[in-house]
Design a protein around this ligand. Structure first.
Ligand SMILES: Cc1cc2nc3c(=O)[nH]c(=O)nc-3n(C[C@H](O)[C@H](O)[C@H](O)COP(=O)(O)O)c2cc1C
Ligand code: SF4
Ligand code: SF4
Length: 268
């Protein structure tokens, strides 16, 4: 994975890459733009040079695909604030699912959107995985429940809740959703917590655009701290993780619930 250089058959010397990144500069003697991979200021593979170059002249390898489409230069023309606001306000945690699996191609689209999420320093060290086997989800459910209820505090907080929802669901921790998605990372840091949260948010919003429902599952994350076996059951290796369930929603909402605008210190 790297920026390789510049295709001089395409480059028009426009200087945009130079104004984008310190790793490009104009070589006056040769009268051309050059790319220098400087060990003191290393390329973090953010791809902004690729995205900015009007001639598609930046050479790279192993980074995946750069996309171009109508509106890419003016994102505000792709969706208005009104549309985005309504879409965000309509996002609900779904706890009732149809007994129907999501086709792999549709799930792949959710992962593709997750792969477009920003991460600190563009490190992208997080791993994605999915459980779709009912029996394996049940085993994980049981381990999470046991861990959550293993101490007095957990019992007080979750005991009654799970007694009640266990009457309705085979795997109450996951509300019998057909799939559970995990984003995990070997690194356990505040920035990783942010990265995972953003990745999951991208996935959940993409899922909504595909007619799917999702719900964050912090319970798995909490339980993992008490029982390391949960990592094995979830088939993840990392030390930090986020989880959400996904499937076709069996519930519709007539309105977006009340959310007051918080006081904004310093706005006026
Ligand atoms: C980080 C995070 C963890 C959550 N964990 C759970 C969970 O374990 N189980 C659950 O049913 N809902 C979980 N939720 C969903 C919240 O309860 C939900 O977002 C909140 O009640 C607002 O409802 P809404 O998402 O429908 O707007 C979680 C949400 C977030 C952001
Ligand atoms: S942005 Fe592209 S076309 Fe412009 S100078 Fe850089 S490589 Fe050449
Ligand atoms: S990928 Fe990012 S850091 Fe690397 S050369 Fe391009 S703009 Fe600079």
């Amino acid at each position: 994975m790297s920026i390789v250089g510049i295709d001089y058959n395409k480059c028009s010397n426009c200087n945009l890459c130079v104004s984008t990144c310190l790793l490009f500069r104009k070589d006056k003697d040769q009268n051309k733009i050059i790319y220098i991979d400087n060990p003191k200021y290393q390329c973090n593979l953010c791809g902004q040079c690729i995205a900015r170059c009007p001639e598609d002249a930046i050479l790279y390898e192993g980074l995946g695909e750069a996309l171009t489409y109508e509106g890419v230069k003016k994102p505000e023309t792709i969706a208005s604030y009104d549309t985005i606001f309504k879409f965000l306000a309509a996002n609900r945690s779904i706890r009732l699912y149809k007994k129907k699996n999501v086709p792999p191609d549709t799930l792949k689209k959710v992962f593709e959107a997750m792969s477009r999420a920003p991460t600190g320093d563009n490190r992208r060290i997080e791993k994605f995985s999915i459980l779709s086997d009912r029996n394996r989800i049940k085993k994980l459910n049981d381990a999470v429940l046991e861990a959550l209820l293993s101490n007095q505090e957990g019992n007080e907080r979750y005991g009654l809740l799970f007694r009640l929802i266990s009457r309705r669901f085979h795997s109450p921790v996951y509300f019998d959703a057909p799939h559970v998605i995990f984003v995990d990372s070997e690194e356990d840091s505040e920035i990783e917590a942010n990265n995972i949260g953003i990745i999951i948010t991208y996935g959940r919003l993409a899922a909504q655009a595909l007619g799917l429902g999702t719900c964050w599952n912090g319970w798995t994350q909490i339980a993992m701290r008490f029982n390391p076996q949960i990592k094995e059951l979830a088939n993840i290796k990392g030390n930090m993780m986020g989880t959400f369930i996904i499937g076709y929603p069996a519930v519709k909402f007539a309105r977006s619930p009340p959310r007051f605008l918080k006081a904004i210190d310093g706005l006026d």
